[in-house]
Every structure is written in structure tokens, then in C-alpha cells.
Design a protein around this ligand. Sequence first.
Ligand code: HPA
Length: 273
Amino acid sequence: MSTENMKKSVDYISQKMAHLGIKPDTGIILGSGLGKIADEINGIKSPYSEIPGFKSSTIEGHTGNLVIGEFCSKNIVTMQGRLHFYEGHSLADVVYPVRIMKLLGVKNLIVTNAAGGINKEFSPGDLMIIEDHINLTGKNPLIGENIAEFGSRFPDMSDAYNKNFITTAQNSARELGIILRRGVYAWVTGPCYETPAEIRMLRTLGADAVGMSTVPEVITARHAGINVLGISCITNMATGILDQPLSHREVIETATRVEQKFTGLVKKIVEKI
Ligand code: HPA
């Protein structure tokens, strides 16, 4: 991934947001069916297809806009829709926007996703703070030449999810009367959903939720010294827990159903961080 390309992206975005007179310091990545929050941002919206260096999202529920502006009195850059490895994008392309966020000045990142619930105490519609993750893909966005201007060759992942942010999220949920789960998120590539045997394996390994995103962005953000908060929307129980097949429609429907709760929580958190 050339830093020259990145400079072109940053120049394009900087020019577009010049009239706003702001410098975003918080990033938000909005997962499947959770993108509406970006419509509340007072600022500029750029489709990924217009930004040099960005690849476009191809998935229903992932609009594909970079939205920059004021939100809850903070200066925010939001990915309304993300890129997934299963779409055929390289991991370098998947995490490219996170690196651009870093170059724009982002210090804090809220990453959200739709996930399948593995922990049997969870229910569809629950929100879960990601305490830690398990990368089951054998892939890593940092494979290849290290870009030293972002971070070191062997970045530490012992504090991937910022503990102060987790406390802030819990306090925010309490104030809003929202029940917030906590757990470990397992990253799989997809695009097929898991088999029941795979879900039993993931439970044995200590995963509470499973999904096809987030981990590459978190690894890249931590490499670049960005503090991360992760929130999963449990859109469905993982395969084999309930006697019913999984579908993307169910994922989007649940995400849409809890959108108001999710938006309220994210707003409260943004106000506090
Ligand atoms: N598995 C993997 N990814 C997902 C799921 C799931 O059950 N639900 C939403 N994203």
C-alpha cells in the first residue's frame, strides 16, 4: 500500500472538508444495518467511489460513504458501511480507510458490527462490548512490509480494546437503561455462515460472538496507536443454537430493529470520550 496513494486520498478529503474548518479526532465504523447514524452528522458525505484509493462496498446494508462533520459536539469521521475481506478486497484495501483516518488526525475509533451470538445467555438484539478478539482467519492486515510511519513491526495487542472506553460504554449504557453484554469476538472470513460444529468449537475456544469483520480494522488501528472501542450488535444466534437457518435478511432486520438503542448508546459514548 503506497503512502503516495494515501496522500492523494487525504488531499482529496481535506479539500472537500476545508470549508467545515474542523479536524476529526474520532472515527466511527458502522456495521451491517447500522449505518443510519451517519445521516445525523452535520458535514460532508463522500461516496467511497469518489475518493482516490478507496474501494467500494458491494453489500446490502453497507452504503459506502465517508461522512465527516460535527456529531454530539465532536468532530467525527464515519465510515457508513465498511469493506469486507470476503468481497474479494485485499486486507490492505479493507483497512485502507483506517489508515486514512489516522492521517486525518483520528485518535479514537469506535468500531461496530453485526455478529452472531455464541454465548447462550445472549439474545438477538443485544449489544455487546468487545473485550477481546480471536483471529481465526490465519490472515493479518499487517503482513507485508511494515509501514513504520504508522507503527512498529510487532505491535502489542494486550490492550486492543481500550479499558477506559469499555468503562465509558458501560456507564453510558447504565445511564440509558440499556443492558450491555461483554465478550470475545471471533473473526472468520465468511461469506458462508458457520456450521454447528464450528460454533461449538468457537464456544470451546472462548468466543461469545462471531462475525466477518472488525478485527482487521482493530489490528490496523492499534498498530497506528489509535484507541479502540468495539460494539457488536447480536443480530442472530449463531448456527445450531436455534433450530432455524441463518440469513442476511435476519441480520439486517435485527440491526434495523435495534438501531435506535444502538444510536442512543453511540451518541452518549461519543459525548463522553
Ligand atoms: N456469523 C458470522 N457473521 C455474522 C453472523 C453470524 O452468525 N451474524 C452476523 N454476522
